[in-house]
Write a protein that binds this ligand. Structure first.
Ligand code: NAD
Length: 482
């Protein structure tokens, strides 16, 4: 089935405080598989962003916890009921395969459902003051307040629904107002989600969606006087730009990764190879936590490499709408070409290409490369595609940890070993936000804390509950007690 020829072209508007706003200039959204136009979105000018923030700021949300829970749970239910409709749009605008898009829609259900369940939880603390000679007969209590200003949310292309959900759901759960700028590459899913929220009963002033070219309106999302906090998921380059111009505003940065999957000599190699291939290729390898470096110790590397190759060859790459396909396209042809070049450069520097690297447009198949030098651009930079890169490392845990940490990034990691002495060392010594033993680096639930250090993030965590905390101010109040 070809989506672009079957579905109408979406001529979208922005949603500013619920009102449809169009502009003369538009941005085209292309289907990466066939280059057909899936839709168009308005190209906002800075004054549209200003209007969105001003309208949001002027509105004071008064939803009770019960009302917020109702809206969030209703949104979850609508997403569950329209899972296939959302998956079709995600696949059309991103080229992610049908299996990945369906999975994404079900993850988004979890985000909304968890936010609904957590919105009724009050984590206020109580401090008795008569606990030292300096104390008094008083108690101090804490309570979370929504931000005074507006949340500015900026999202990437690789999870057009789930990344947006991770910003919106915790913000609504805490009675905040937001202006969202989804990526210009996959904005249609975000607009569709906004409509679901309005349908579920969200006061429209609480959410605006502006679209367009970041070169002309991106900075307005960062410097607007009513933006209190910027929550950003995307590349290190843009993240650092935000940090440099945000000034006296809070910012939560969830940036790129270069995550290792570490395979030690005692590992069940078949299981490790399965994690390596899945972790490097799911979502077309376009996950911040995709496996981007497989560090396998020399003594088992030959056997491991053969297992990886056999599994990679079984993956089907092709028409993203074909339900049997495992790997759809990457985001555009330019990205696919850059992977091809990086692989060729690595091969010129001594790596061995075992499979793939034969591109058709934006279709870039799972590509197995072994014996990659540590300093090859392919593994030194974040390669955001389905490359399965094997780096052979010495049979020495000190060296494995050193090599793993020798990257600018620090998002997540996966470790394949059963040795408890190794496990505790990896957990303590890998410079990352997450260590998953016998899982891919990307494993998480939508509620657990998530986020990186070093160039991967500024230490704030996402995950529904952590985001609810970072989107609130803690107020203490005290009173005489006894
Ligand atoms: P990107 O940085 O190119 O774009 C992200 C967003 O920033 C888009 O909405 C874009 O329009 C916007 N933007 C660009 N320039 C801007 C400016 N000057 N001002 C304001 N906004 C601007 O990232 P991408 O290519 O869409 O996404 C892929 C990257 O995201 C990868 O590096 C990936 O690892 C990372 N990512 C990180 C996480 C995480 O949780 N750590 C999750 C998903 C993706």
């Amino acid at each position: 089935m070809n989506i672009a020829t079957r579905d109408p072209i979406y001529r979208e508007t922005m949603r500013i405080a619920g009102k449809a706003v169009a502009t003369d200039e538009v941005v085209e959204v292309l289907n990466p598989y066939n280059n057909q136009v899936v839709g168009t979105v308005p190209s906002a000018r800075p004054e549209h962003v200003r209007e969105a923030f001003a309208k949001a700021r002027a509105f004071k949300p008064k939803l009770t916890r019960y009302e917020r829970q109702q809206i969030l749970m209703r949104t979850a239910e609508i997403l569950r009921d329209r899972r296939e409709e959302f998956a079709r749009l995600i696949t059309a605008e991103s080229g992610l395969c049908w299996k990945d898009s369906l999975y994404e829609a079900s993850r988004a259900y979890d985000v909304w459902s968890f936010a609904g369940q957590l919105s009724i939880r009050d984590d206020g603390e109580t401090f008795s003051c008569d606990i030292s000679p300096n104390g008094k007969q008083r108690k101090i209590f804490t309570q979370r307040m929504p931000l005074m200003g507006v949340i500015s949310a900026i999202t990437p292309f690789n999870h057009p629904l789930n990344m947006v959900s991770h910003k919106l759901a915790p913000a609504i759960a805490t009675n905040n107002r937001l202006v969202l700028k989804p990526t210009e590459l996959t904005p249609l899913t975000a607009l569709k989600l906004a409509d679901v929220l309005y349908e579920a009963g969200l006061p429209p002033e609480m959410l605006s969606v502006v679209t367009g070219n970041p070169a002309s309106m991106g900075d307005s999302m960062i410097t607007d006087p009513d933006a209190d906090l910027i929550t950003f998921t995307g590349s290190v380059r843009v993240g650092k730009h935000i940090a440099s111009i945000a000034g006296y505003k809070r910012f939560v940065l969830e940036l790129g990764g270069n995550d290792p999957l570490i395979v030690m000599e005692d590992a069940d190699l078949d299981k490790a190879a399965e994690l390596a291939v899945q972790g490097a290729t799911k979502n077309s390898g376009q996950r911040c936590t995709a496996v981007k470096r497989i560090l396998v110790v020399e003594s088992v590397a030959d056997e491991f490499s053969e297992l990886v190759l056999a599994k990679a060859k079984k993956l089907k790459c092709g028409d993203p709408m074909d339900p049997t396909v495992d790997v759809g396209t990457v985001i555009h042809e330019g990205a696919a070409k850059s992977f091809e070049r990086r692989v060729n450069d690595a091969v010129a520097a001594g790596a061995r290409l075992l499979h793939g690297n034969n591109r058709t447009g934006a279709l870039y198949p799972p590509t197995v490369v072994d014996h990659i030098p540590y300093d090859a651009e392919l593994v030194r930079e974040e390669t955001f595609g389905p490359v399965i890169p094997i780096i052979r490392v010495p049979d020495d845990i000190d060296q494995v940890i050193r090599i793993s940490n020798a990257t600018a990034f620090g998002l997540s990691s996966g470790v394949c070993t059963n040795r408890f002495d190794y496990i505790t060392r990896f957990i303590n010594e890998l410079d990352v936000g997450t260590v998953n033993i016998w899982e891919v680096p990307g494993y998480r639930i939508e509620m657990s804390p998530f986020g990186g250090i070093k160039d991967s993030g500024n230490g704030y965590k996402e995950g529904v509950w952590e985001a609810m905390k970072s989107f609130t101010n803690v107020r203490t109040f005290s009173m005489p007690w006894g």
